[in-house]
Design a protein around this ligand. Structure first.
Ligand code: ATP
Ligand code: MG
Length: 750
């Protein structure tokens, strides 16, 4: 153990070390971007096991994204190298809540096979309810209202919300909420908010579920909401030992009820909390950090904290004005190609991210990259799982898992075509509702010849439904369940999906319905199969990775159902995975929303569309949050940062540079570090940062700025870390070549 303790403390600075080894029950690490918060949290996890003797299964770590969870696990695995990492309870609030509910949910009356309604499902259900209510209630508003209410921990008839909604519409909202909840319950579905709400309920009633938990650690604490706070304290109720890390300046989820007051609450509820500040930025060049701070400083209400770069000045960020979004996209692509070319093999497409305020901005960028033959991955809000063909396959899986999922069934009943019209589907839904049966049960009755007068399904369609829907799905379900006996081994996940696709004639269906792009769609389906294969492989490798420790006197359900776990994984990572999310595959440029880029870093970052109306977004009411969003985006960059905006926006309207950039726009390069500058200088700065500081080459590189260029005076002492020798070095496979460490991609949420 002593060697891993050593390794874990070795590269840390004093403040980080103090945070890692603090004896206080509650520790709050509050610090700016790139100061090693996540890094320190990871080290503390190891410390608690090695030094305080906690068993891994008694340590619970909450990350903000699925991707971040995976990365943290990998890092811990490398440090420990004894498999203990596998037993840690590590994930997002949502995935952790799901695990507890899967294990103990029946103690609070949950169905063993509950499914998860993702964002798209909730939206669809609420839209249908609003339509049926015929009161002109806006579904998007209703959904937001319901979600906010759940997040605040209030039931269907809880606290009133003043303001926008008058009494009349408040009544409508309550009705909509009640209907929605009823629908979820009858379909055995939990939406994202329910996962948290029900888990809170579980842990209140059965504290024994978490009686083993010796420490709870939470990353990105500034973006937790009230219900997550409750969940956190309940998870930690036994030992009241909590470590949180966060940065109020990076709070960007207020629109989703994240509540920065959770910080004061923590300090109040846990007196004696040890607060640690980290003040060194290890991520960005001095000039990138300086510009970012200029942006965040405009918020006068913010709590000020110190953040000093350890790196040299580097290249000044670029602010570029272009004619329109399409020339902007072309410029970005040209610039990134140029820089990569000049860097030789030092940088690859993996080192570049294009961060967007909203997903809708990606169109021009995607086509420009496409024209240049550059492959990319999309992260956050781009919804691989919401592509029609993928959604259909998922819906089939959901129906196999839960025949009573009427929503999913209604969507696939006529895909591929079975001669069932919309009216028939509506009739079926109605019939099911009156008979308190699921649509599946009603269909089964029909096909057994027990027709009712009301549903006008033709005989022909009936046969088709029976032959191509009911029978094959029942068949597959039976085969999956088979555990042992004389029958062949149960059908694995991938083979099951393959069989499903074959039975449905899915490829042919795509050819017929999408003559123009069926190939791309089929490729997407193949990729989905690849994800399923990954999932299955991970499961085989560590079958009880997901099991919670046994608690005496509290029965725990074993999650045997691979399909259920796969579907939960799909729903909770809805935004996380896209094309080639895989370390081994070829390097890809990342296109991400700013929200999904939280916590990550890249050597080269482009932020297009920095104009008023885009950031701050025209529809946003909170300018401060928009400013923080830009700050988060800028502080993702390590070496090169490019901001740009088109003179005329996507609708041809004239634009102004973002008010957050306007006051400091003169500090930027305006033409780009391009033709008129020795570009190699910038690249060598990247080289410089990629090499350990004690290398000879580090000293020999020319200084890049002339004195008058020096906007942010450098104190030579600051340019290097005081303990400059202890630059962090990666251990493990990624340390092969001296290249900047940057995550290959990002994931998002839940
Ligand atoms: P954010 O607020 O954006 O989430 P953070 O505070 O969590 O940032 P990290 O991602 O943990 O910061 O660290 C930023 C970078 O600095 C990472 O590449 C990390 O490996 C590196 N780093 C952190 N601490 C040290 C250190 N003591 N020595 C060298 N590098 C470090
Ligand atoms: Mg972090």
């Amino acid at each position: 153990t002593s060697s891993s303790q050593h390794a874990i403390l070795d590269g840390l600075n004093d403040a980080q070390r103090r945070a890692v080894t603090s004896d206080a029950p509650t520790v709050a690490i509050l610090a700016g971007p790139g100061s090693g918060k996540t890094h320190t949290l990871t080290a503390r996890v190891v410390w608690l096991m090695d030094h305080d003797g906690l068993r891994p299964q008694d340590v619970l770590v909450v990350t903000f994204t699925v991707k971040a969870a995976r990365e943290m696990k990998e890092r811990i695995a490398r440090t420990l190298a004894d498999g203990r990492d596998k037993k840690l309870i590590l994930g997002t609030f949502h995935s952790i809540a799901r695990r507890y509910l899967a294990a103990y949910g029946r103690h609070i009356g949950l169905s063993q096979s509950f499914g998860i309604a993702d964002d798209a499902d909730s939206r669809a259900i609420i839209a249908r309810i609003c339509k049926r209510m015929q009161t002109g209630l806006d579904p998007a508003f209703a959904r937001n209202w319901i979600s906010k209410k759940k997040a605040r921990g209030a039931g269907a008839s809880g606290a009133r919300r003043g303001g926008a909604a008058g009494d009349r519409s408040l009544e409508d909202l309550e009705t909509c909420y009640a209907e929605y909840q009823k629908h979820l319950e009858t379909s055995h579905l939990l939406d994202y908010d329910d996962l948290l709400v029900r888990c809170v309920e579980l842990l209140r009633k059965f504290p024994a579920c978490v009686s083993n938990i010796g420490a709870v650690l939470v990353d990105e604490y500034q973006d937790t909401n009230a219900i997550q706070y409750d969940l956190m304290t309940l998870l930690a109720q036994r030992r009241r030992r909590i470590t949180i890390v966060g940065d109020p300046d990076q709070s960007i989820y207020g629109w989703r009820s994240a509540d920065i007051r959770n910080l004061e609450r923590l300090l109040r509820d846990y007196p004696g909390t040890d607060c640690v500040a980290l003040e060194r930025n290890y991520r960005s060049s001095k000039s990138i950090l300086a510009m970012s701070l200029e942006v965040i400083k405009q918020d006068e209400k913010r709590y000020k904290k110190s953040l000093k770069p350890i790196h040299a000045k580097g290249c000044r960020p670029v602010l570029r004005r272009l004619k329109n979004p399409s020339t902007e996209a072309d410029w970005i692509v040209a610039e990134l190609r140029r820089v990569l070319l000049l860097s030789g093999s030092m940088l690859t497409h993996n080192d570049v991210a294009i961060l967007l305020r909203s997903a809708s901005l990606s169109r021009h960028i995607e086509s420009a990259l496409g024209r240049a033959g550059i492959t990319y991955r999309m992260v956050g809000g781009f919804k691989f799982y919401e592509r029609a063909e993928i959604k259909t396959v998922i819906d089939y899986l959901r129906v196999i898992h839960q025949p009573e999922n009427n929503d999913a069934l209604a969507r696939i009943i006529n895909t591929p075509r079975r001669g069932v019209g919309d009216t028939t589907v509506r009739n079926l839904l109605e019939e099911a509702e009156t008979a308190s049966l699921s649509v599946w049960a009603v269909l089964t009755k029909h096909c057994q010849g027990l027709r009712t007068a009301k549903t006008k399904i033709t005989k022909q369609a009936e046969q088709k439904i029976s032959g191509t829907l009911l029978r094959p799905l029942n068949d597959i379900r039976a085969k999956m369940g088979q555990a042992s006996g004389p029958e062949p081994a149960p059908l694995g996940l991938v083979r099951m999906i393959e069989r499903l696709l074959a039975t449905l004639g899915f490829r042919k269906h795509l050819e017929e319905t999408h003559p123009l792009d069926h190939e791309q769609r089929w490729a997407n389906v193949q990729e989905f199969l690849g994800l399923a294969a990954d999932f299955e492989r991970d499961l085989d490798r560590s079958p009880d990775d997901d099991a919670l420790p046994e608690i005496e006197g509290l029965a725990q359900a074993k999650e045997a159902d691979v399909l259920q776990r796969f579907l939960a994984n799909v729903s909770l990572a809805a935004d996380a995975q896209t094309a080639g999310d895989d370390q081994q595959s070829k390097p890809l440029v990342t296109i991400s929303t700013i929200h999904a880029a939280k916590g990550l870093e890249w050597p080269i970052v482009f932020i297009p569309a920095v104009y008023a109306g885009s950031i701050p977004h025209a529809r946003s009411e909170d300018d401060d949050e928009e400013r923080r969003l830009l700050y988060v985006a800028m502080t993702r960059a390590q070496s090169l940062l490019y901001l740009s905006y088109p003179v005329s926006g996507s609708n041809g309207e004239r634009t102004q540079v973002s008010p957050f950039i306007d006051p400091i726009k003169h500090y930027f390069h305006d033409k780009g570090p391009c033709l008129d500058r020795p570009v190699m200088a910038e690249v060598s700065e990247i080289l410089r940062r990629a090499l350990p500081p004690d290398e000879e080459i580090y000293k020999e590189l020319p200084d890049m700025f002339s004195p008058e260029d020096n906007l942010f005076p450098v104190n030579p002492d600051e340019a290097q870390d005081a303990d400059g020798q202890s630059r962090w070095r990666e251990h493990g496979p990624s340390a092969k070549r001296p290249r900047l460490q940057g995550p290959s991609n990002a994931g998002q949420i839940r």
